[in-house]
Design a protein around this ligand. Sequence first.
Ligand SMILES: CC(C)(COP(=O)(O)OP(=O)(O)OC[C@H]1O[C@@H](n2cnc3c(N)ncnc32)[C@H](O)[C@@H]1OP(=O)(O)O)[C@@H](O)C(=O)NCCC(=O)NCCS
Length: 171
Amino acid sequence: VHLRHVKDSDYEKALALTDSLWDGRPRDARLSRVFFVQFAQVSFAFEADGDLVGLLLGLLSQTRPDEAVVHFVGVDPAFRRLGFGRRLYERFFAAAQMHGRKAVRAYAVPADREAIAFHLALGFEPLGEGALAKDTPVCPDYTGKGGHRVVLRRSVGPELEALSTSLTRAG
Ligand SMILES: CC(C)(COP(=O)(O)OP(=O)(O)OC[C@H]1O[C@@H](n2cnc3c(N)ncnc32)[C@H](O)[C@@H]1OP(=O)(O)O)[C@@H](O)C(=O)NCCC(=O)NCCS
């Protein structure tokens, strides 16, 4: 299993991965090829035996020049709770910092308590002033009517400088 930047030819494999994420239940996780072509500098994949078993698609915000944003993160169910999600994020934090970003923003469906727990474990904090869903602030209609989202944010601080330096040296 190895961690690397995404590439254009990953696109079909990424669709196969998203199909497996929620036990075959349909979810609005349609991915655009644009991430694999245009945002590869800050998007990462775990590959195992030619398949993608983990994926993080990120971007460098244009409107918030100090922020990077996670558009999608997912790990194959057979590879969960092994630290793959954390390692994808650590690589992304380092890349964000290398590009001068001071914080990372991510989004989660309010009912998705596991995804929220994962982000809280990684040091994210929920933002938003909307109605409370259980104990988590929610931004209502964020992705259109009924598309509520928890918005999470985390600083990328100096503790990542060492990792960032070693990744720069490794190219
Ligand atoms: C969320 C997801 C990416 C986590 O990936 P993962 O590789 O299993 O996560 P990690 O093993 O790196 O977990 C890191 C920490 O996050 C927390 N965490 C991860 N999954 C969790 C869960 N299901 N419930 C509670 N906490 C969880 C734990 O603290 C964990 O550390 P630990 O295993 O030492 O206790 C994965 O479950 C997934 O793909 N889910 C479906 C897609 C999804 O919901 N994506 C996020 C959309 S916002």
